[in-house]
Design a binder for this molecule. Sequence first.
Ligand code: 13P
Length: 247
Amino acid sequence: MRRRIVAGNWKMNMTPSEAVILCEKLKGLVNNPEVDVVYCVPAIDIMPVAEAVKGTLVKVGAENMYFEEKGAYTGEISAAMLKDAGVSYVILGHSERRMLFGETDEAINKKMKKAIEYGITPIMCCGETLKQREDGITLSHIKSQVKAGFDGIKAEDAENCVIAYEPIWAIGTGKTATSEQAEEVCRAIRECIAELYGAEVADKLRVQYGGSVNASNAAELFNMPDIDGGLVGGASLKEEFGSIVNA
Ligand code: 13P
């Protein structure tokens, strides 16, 4: 049985002092021992959030990192820095990074490997545009993103990774994929992992759904057989996140 994982992606929200207040506000609401709860926060919030969630079950995640070890990469953050600051998860290849910052499958693959090397669990995002869905190429597009992201990653590392399926047309739009649409793609992701690594790894790897998840649709989505939790944007900044974790 796969353990559920619900992660908040704060995106570019919350100053360090606002972040601490939010952690306090959510404290009693997200302490569910049956679920892995992660706050993926802006880099500058990582240390204060790590401090604020001390003694709770919440884990801290980053929203991005760079694949090089260290050096002249102005503005970037390394896996070693994240690890030292108390990070256990990192979102990689979010569609906003792919679209706005030109992140390629190749760069995401390098980041995956570096995160794994440092014992940080990647949450690798994939998802189709509305156009790709209308053109009927959703599943082939998702599979190619997954294959590229996992290129050269060993089975024993792959099984601990998390994949988030986030249809781009459902992000921040209030338009959620139906539980059937989400399940269809999450199942295809698992089949793709089975093709690459075999059924045992596919059965262990956790797949999340993301895109306008809220307190009223979470339970239905998370109850689908291949959906092991969610990656939550807007609603992770509100008390509503507690209801999503407990869904
Ligand atoms: P929303 O939940 O705000 O749609 O964002 C989803 C997302 O991009 C999480 O990574």
